[in-house]
Design a protein around this ligand. Structure first.
Ligand code: THU
Length: 163
């Protein structure tokens, strides 16, 4: 029997003041964009803000539905919008934040499993890593160098090839 170990390192900042300007601006954009979320069921308003290689910032927010599974996470709204409206653009960084109408927003959240799968494929599709900045409305901020770190042993398009 063999054994493998998987680990990854990420940066932890005491709060967003400790970030470089570009990252703080991006996280602020995500924090503000939480106001555009539609989350009447969970009361959990999430926003993702992407910085493109042009420097432009694009935001996406979660959009829920009375038929719960029809709701979409902020991250996948964002990726779909960029793929559809910014052909050829490269995403360099995505900041994710949230407002919790039922509680505090003090600890970073990280993308759900489905979004990790989508983020990984986007990263591979654009052949450029996507750095993640994860921060609540206040408190510690995490910086993760690429989205693949969050999905070890991922299922990939390559697995569908016949030979
Ligand atoms: N949600 C996101 O939009 N992104 C995440 O990373 C985690 C969860 C949304 C889905 C749902 O609308 C609400 O947050 C509660 O799960």
């Amino acid at each position: 029997m063999g054994a493998e170990t998987y680990s990854f390192a990420f940066e932890v900042y005491h709060n967003s003041d400790a970030l470089i300007d570009a990252d703080r601006t991006l996280l602020d954009a995500a924090r503000q964009a939480t106001a555009n979320a539609y989350a009447p069921y969970s009361k959990f308003l999430v926003a993702a803000a992407a910085r493109l290689d042009s420097g432009e910032i694009i935001c996406g927010t979660n959009q829920e539905n009375a038929s719960y599974p029809a709701g979409i996470c902020a991250e996948r709204v964002l990726l779909s919008a960029i793929a559809s409206q910014h052909r050829g653009a490269v995403i360099t960084t995505i900041a994710i934040s949230y407002q919790n109408q039922n509680g505090p927003s003090e600890k970073p959240i990280s993308p759900c499993g489905i979004c990790r799968q989508s983020l990984l494929e986007y990263e591979e599709r654009q052949q450029h890593s996507i750095r993640l900045i994860l921060g609540a409305l206040e408190g510690e901020v995490y910086s993760i160098s690429n989205t693949g770190c969050l999905l070890p042993l991922a299922f990939r398009g390559d697995h569908l090839k016949t030979q």
